[in-house]
Design a protein around this ligand. Structure first.
Ligand code: ATP
Ligand code: MN
Length: 478
């Protein structure tokens, strides 16, 4: 099952037993009495120190032991002489799998900017920061599956290629095998998609929700966790062109149940990270506070672990859209005309409004409900007043919207009316409408953007830094 990993070795008692290490060199330091190599294999943020005596290996071999090179070391696990680690390895044998020319290797033992690291996304997992982020990302994904499994949800794989843009959530990426230089035409001169691979227009999905609902109408509680694509040209720190979305969908859940689930779920996965990613979170917290030292006192952020614990330990604030508008109308920035966008019932809240509510007014996560029907999707259940829908958005400090969801319209006539209203051809989603014709049921669901969650938990500030290989306008290199 492979060699023991550094994470395991660091926890062993230093009883001089023979061990084998494999990993990449972070630093090499030579002093009069010894050569110190800090090795990391990605299993933990911590390096293991390996020590050789001067003259033990040829100068030629040692020249190939550079930052970034990959080694196999065998030696004795002994108590460390230096401070900073309990154990170290006294090297007996050293093999260089591959060296890394220091003139060419872009990662050196110093702090690189996140912008620079994005340009070398193929190597950035080897840094402390990205190692920590990727391990936390893994733990969060694992916690997502564990949570839903414990709650008896079934993982439903919804399609990645779809033929409907019923969500209308944004621009879609086209999927085609047509020869773009020789497009087949209809008699009217339009592109003839009948000749395309699927015999119709096809795109990458913007959401698995509609198919998720089909699953919920049979299995009661399902969730999806898959890649999602939006060709929106929004160059923000919170949008990616390819991201991962978690979408639970539940039969017999009303809006209240949906909110309870959303809150319980995010708290569970954040708690899981707090309990299972202690070293990596501590590293990131420290990194953030180092960064904060250059900022004025009032712009410094709450320490990461404190921020996460606060979210886990306190109830989210719940209020309606209408109540939120009242708060905004009475707010200081509104009265002093500091908001860039106007406030009034019916507006789609912009991020400055959401941030005011979450960061200034309530100082905690907020769930906003019952939005005006005009600004929400066609499938949301109409409230009795006919003006609002049973929508819910979960807003997080520093992130804005992290979850969007709703109770779904389960009445066939009302749903069809909305479909016509927003200009969707009912023929294209006949299968979706069928669920309301055959055994319809009250049901609800939501979508959580996985990268926004990772962003929040790691305290990073750009969503491009919490996915291994980010996709955004003009960028798909790696
Ligand atoms: P926003 O207003 O922030 O663009 P949205 O209203 O388009 O979000 P939904 O369509 O409700 O979002 O999608 C559900 C969730 O998916 C959002 O709450 C968010 O967490 C996430 N999300 C949406 N668009 C993106 C994106 N481009 N990149 C990463 N995550 C996204
Ligand atoms: Mn959007």
């Amino acid at each position: 099952m492979g060699p023991l990993q550094i994470k395991e070795l660091l926890q062993q008692t230093p009883d001089a037993k023979s061990v084998t290490l494999k990993g990449w060199v972070r630093t090499k330091r030579e002093s009069k009495n010894a050569i110190f190599i800090a090795l990391n294999d990605g299993s933990t943020i911590h390096n293991i120190q390996a020590v050789a005596a001067p003259g033990q290996f040829s100068a030629e071999l040692l020249l190939t032991v550079t930052t970034g090179s990959c080694l196999k070391i065998t030696g004795q696990l002994v108590e460390s002489q230096g401070s900073g680690q309990a154990v170290e390895v006294k090297i007996e044998d050293l093999h260089v799998y591959g060296t890394a020319d220091p003139e060419a290797y872009p990662l050196q033992p110093k702090r690189h900017s996140l912008e620079f690291l994005r340009e070398i996304a193929h190597l950035r997992p080897r840094t402390n920061t990205f190692g920590a982020i990727l391990r936390i990302r893994h733990s969060l994904a694992f916690a997502v599956h564990q949570y839903f499994n414990e709650k008896r949800f079934f993982y439903l794989h919804t399609p990645i290629i779809t033929a409907s843009d019923a969500e209308g959530a944004g621009e879609m990426f086209r999927v085609t095998t047509l020869d773009l230089d020789k497009l087949p035409r209809t008699e009217e001169g339009a592109i003839n998609f009948k000749e395309d691979f699927f015999g119709r227009e096809a795109n990458l999905t913007v959401s698995g929700q509609l198919e998720g609902e089909l699953g919920a109408m049979a299995l009661s509680k399902i969730y999806t966790f898959g890649p999602t694509f939006r060709a929106e040209n929004s160059n923000t720190t919170r949008h990616l062109a390819e991201f991962w979305m978690i979408e639970p969908e539940m039969a017999f859940f009303e809006l209240e149940d949906n909110m309870d689930l959303a809150e319980d779920f995010v708290k569970y996965v954040i708690r899981y990270a707090l309990e299972n990613c202690k070293d990596d979170l501590a590293f990131l917290e420290n990194r953030l506070s180092e960064e904060d030292k250059n900022k004025p006192q009032n712009e410094r952020s709450i320490p990461l672990l404190e921020k996460l614990s606060f979210v886990v330990d306190n109830p989210f604030e719940r209020l309606t859209y209408t109540e939120a508008i009242d708060i905004l109308l009475k707010s200081k920035p509104h009265k002093e005309k500091k908001f860039q966008y106007p406030v009034g019932w019916g507006i789609d809240l912009s991020s400055e409004h959401e941030r005011y509510l979450v960061e200034k007014h309530f100082k905690k996560p907020v769930i906003l409900t019952n939005y005006p029907r005009e600004i929400k999707s066609f499938y949301m259940k109409l409230d009795d007043d006919g003006k609002t829908v049973r929508a819910m958005d979960v807003l997080f400090p520093g992130i804005g919207e992290i979850i969007g969801g709703s109770q779904r319209e389960d009445n066939y006539e009302k749903l069809l009316e909305r479909v016509h209203e927003v200009g969707i051809d009912p023929e294209t989603i006949w299968w979706y409408l069928d669920t309301r014709k055959f055994g319809t049921a009250p049901h609800s669901g939501f979508g959580l953007g996985f990268e926004r969650l990772v962003l929040f938990v790691t305290g990073m500030s750009n969503i491009r830094d919490v996915i291994p290989f980010p996709r955004y306008p003009k960028s798909a290199e790696f």
